[in-house]
Write a protein that binds this ligand. Structure first.
Ligand code: ADP
Ligand code: MG
Length: 728
């Protein structure tokens, strides 16, 4: 394998902690390290500025001469801030961000050097990309891929490097990253939604998708985390008995933020401000040492980049504060897991949030159109939406401790349920003037004020309407938001296209008025997508049965959930929407299945090691101490020996029995792994890992955790839950 030339330059951020006066306003430092509109106005010529803006707003191509000017200005701006290197920053399918740093520095003749950066270097690079996952699109001998500038996400300075957000594609044109399909999906939803908006307002020229993510995470003392091989290698604890006190008192949620964590947050927020990430809220989450950070929402592509960047910044800032950030969906068994709610909406270039009820009946009809079409899209593609958030880590979270189940459903609240019920009763075909007035005044016209007190939020729903946006809550905390955002925007785009066809048919074919036609189609949608609406408790077991009756999928594991991604319907959908070709869809599927296999494989190895090399030897050691003790007792208490040594002997026996169970199960697990590894078909392999290897984790863990309760605390080799969770 060729060497991997991409590596994060770790020290760049950590070397230069930012000094910002406590008293300095956040707004004053916001975006200081971003080549944003402000910086562009200052550094670019008028032509170059307009060129970039029209690329951002209308997606026009940037000419080479303009690119040269932009590059030169970017370089000057960056040099003025002490930057020495630049990189094309992208999001390969590993889930991490990638960068390869090059110096601006170039020699021109002997002994002479200049700082150089031209349009060519800005627009396109050819990284040696053979070690990134491609799902078979590129074989290693055809390693070439290239990165291309994405002007819709502004360049930024990270440490001493100028980072240029780029897409990453193979030479043959297939996407090798998260961003490319996302941009295509955003384009699709823009076109489809703009067309539909024009029923209501001819001035609308563009619709953008917005995303506001909420990032949950745990903060653990760095040294304590480092003492756990499972946390270090897999991001979660594979064993560990629950702490006597956990989250049952709910005393952490929204409680006072502990000092050390607070200092970390301040520092993190300052870094975010400089990078233009508009973080706004921070609070304690439910589990001890669990927190949440949320920004003000942004255009989806930018928000996705900002979240990917944030996850990286968090790790570095945490390190400065001797913390380790755990982004895993379920770092601790029996505790709440971490998610990343994706708040999503659509808005027009005329400033209208399409998922916010308006002031007039017409704008409310527009709201209802987008609201109902979204629900319909989620209903049609519920299984695909579930697949968009599938990962080994998220499997532990879904359906456990305050997390939505693996069944996708939509919560809309009591008031909107009523509105939909009324709309369902609308007469088919042409409406009488009376009916029209009635509808406008009493159904559509009533929405704004009822929504204001629609506050009963159902926290158990994976996809909930929250007043002016939908909140997709099933997304996992480690996820790159691109995956769910690509899929959500694609299915909504497809739905809106279908909607427009049906409405036009009624207008042109049946001579219905526009609003009559819209009402008619919406009414049919309400009828057909009812099974996806669920207002009850998603954690309830009865819901699983009910959902089955309604024909909703309930794919509990990643291998099951992913399958739909290569179904005929989905392949066709992505092709039709120009989001992914069949090759790209299949490649991604392969990458995700392989990632799953590798995760479980690594967890299995680590758990086997810990159980055999840490737990069993410690248990034996303690057992020997007990044996010595029993021998001593025998010497002292000749007659009474049996009575005084009873408990110790019992303990010795219990320890033996746990050791035996651990060893048998580890052997079983290794055998199951070997069998799984022998399978060539990756789908079968993933299923074998899921159904035959993973279940043994629980058995092994059970006995290790029992031993934790028996063995002398002083010699226990692993940092315990209470130490990790309650050290502040
Ligand atoms: P919560 O109770 O879930 O914390 P908030 O009102 O605080 O609700 O919003 C949560 C997130 O939703 C924030 O990140 C916010 O920026 C985002 N949000 C608000 N409006 C929109 C919108 N129109 N599109 C996308 N995200 C939005
Ligand atoms: Mg939320």
């Amino acid at each position: 394998m060729p060497t991997l030339r991409f590596h994060a330059v770790k020290e760049s951020l950590t070397r230069k902690p930012v000094v910002v006066e406590e008293s300095q306003k956040r707004s004053e430092i916001f975006g200081e390290n971003v080549f944003n509109e402000n910086a562009m106005r200052q550094y670019l010529t008028r032509d170059a500025f307009l060129g970039v803006m029209s690329a951002v707003q209308d997606g026009t191509k940037i000419k080479r001469t303009i690119a040269d000017q932009v590059a030169a200005s970017m370089k000057d701006w960056a040099l003025s801030k002490g930057v020495t290197h630049y990189t094309h920053w992208f999001q390969p399918l590993t889930g991490a961000t990638a960068e390869k740093h090059d110096a601006f520095f170039e020699t021109v003749s002997e002994g002479m050097a200049i700082e150089k950066f031209d349009g060519g270097q800005l627009v396109q690079q050819e990284p040696d990309a053979s070690s990134f996952p491609s799902g078979g699109i590129r074989n290693t001998f055809e390693a070439r891929g290239y990165t291309a500038w994405d002007p819709t996400s502004p360049a930024f300075i990270y440490g001493t490097t100028l980072c240029i957000p780029t897409i990453f594609v193979a030479y043959t044109g297939e996407a090798l990253d998260y961003k490319t399909p996302l941009l295509r999906a955003l384009h699709a939803v823009d076109d489809a939604a703009t067309d539909v908006c024009r029923y209501f307002d001819k001035n609308v020229k563009k619709v953008s998708s917005s995303l506001g993510w909420e990032q949950e995470y745990f903060l653990i003392d760095k040294m304590l985390a480092a003492s756990r091989p499972d946390l270090t290698l897999t991001g979660r604890t594979l064993l560990g008995h629950s702490s006597a006190k956990g989250q049952q008192l709910d005393d952490h949620y929204f409680g006072a933020i502990p000092n050390r964590a607070f200092n970390f947050m301040r520092d993190l927020e300052t870094e975010c401000m400089l990078l233009g990430i508009p973080v706004k809220t921070r609070h304690n989450e439910v589990a001890p040492n669990q927190f949440e950070l949320a920004p003000i929402y942004e255009e989806a592509n930018l928000a996705v980049d900002h979240n990917a960047l944030l996850m990286d910044v968090m790790g570095r800032v945490a390190s400065r504060h001797n913390f380790k950030v755990l982004l895993h969906e379920k770092p601790f068994a029996g505790m709440n897991g971490s998610g990343k709610h994706n708040n999503w909406s659509l808005s027009t270039d005329t400033g209208v949030n399409l998922l916010a009820p308006g002031k007039t009946p017409m704008s409310n009809l527009q709201f209802l159109t987008f609201f109902i079409n979204t629900i319909k899209a989620v209903h049609t593609y519920e299984e695909l939406l579930r697949a968009s958030i599938a990962s080994a880590g998220n499997d532990h979270r879904l359906g456990a401790n305050e997390a939505p189940p693996a069944i996708i459903s939509v919560f809309i609240g009591e008031q909107l349920t009523k509105v939909l019920n009324e709309l369902e009763g609308v007469t088919k075909g042409k409406l009488s003037p009376q009916e029209k007035t009635e509808l406008k005044l009493n159904v559509v016209g009533k929405i704004p004020d009822v929504l204001l007190d629609n506050t009963d939020r159902n926290r158990t729903s994976p996809f909930a309407f929250t007043g002016n946006k939908f909140e997709f809550r099933a997304v996992g905390s480690t996820a790159n938001c691109s995956n769910p955002m690509t899929i959500l925007n694609t299915i909504v785009a497809k739905q809106l296209i279908d909607f427009k066809v049906e409405v036009d048919k009624l207008i042109d074919g049946k001579g219905l008025k526009k609003d009559e036609a819209v009402f008619n189609v919406l009414r049919e949608y309400i009828k057909s997508c009812k099974p996806i609406l669920f207002e009850g408790n998603g954690y309830d077991e009865a819901w699983q049965k009910e959902a089955k009756k309604r024909g909703l999928s309930n794919n509990k594991t990643t291998p099951e959930a992913l399958k739909v991604k290569i179904s005929k319907q989905v392949i066709k959908l992505f092709e039709e929407m120009n989001v992914m070709s069949e090759i790209e869809t299949r490649a991604r599927y392969e990458i995700e299945v392989e990632a799953y296999i590798m995760h479980i494989q690594i967890e299995g190895r680590v758990l086997g090691d810990i159980a055999r090399n840490h737990i069993v030897p410690t248990a034996v050691k303690y057992q020997n101490i007990l044996i010595e003790n029993v021998k001593g007792l025998k010497e002292i208490f000749d007659k009474d020996f049996e009575r005084v040594s009873k408990e110790q002997i019992n303990l010795i026996e219990q320890i033996s029995s746990h050791i035996e169970s651990i060893n048998t199960n580890v052997t079983k697990m290794i055998d199951a792994r070997k069998k799984a590894n022998g399978l060539d078909d990756i789908e079968k392999k993933a299923t074998a890992y899921c159904n035959n290897v993973k279940p043994l984790f629980d058995d092994i863990r059970y006995h290790c955790d029992k031993l934790e309760l028996l063995v002398d605390d002083e010699i226990w080799p692993l940092t315990k839950y209470r130490e990790m969770l309650f050290t502040r």
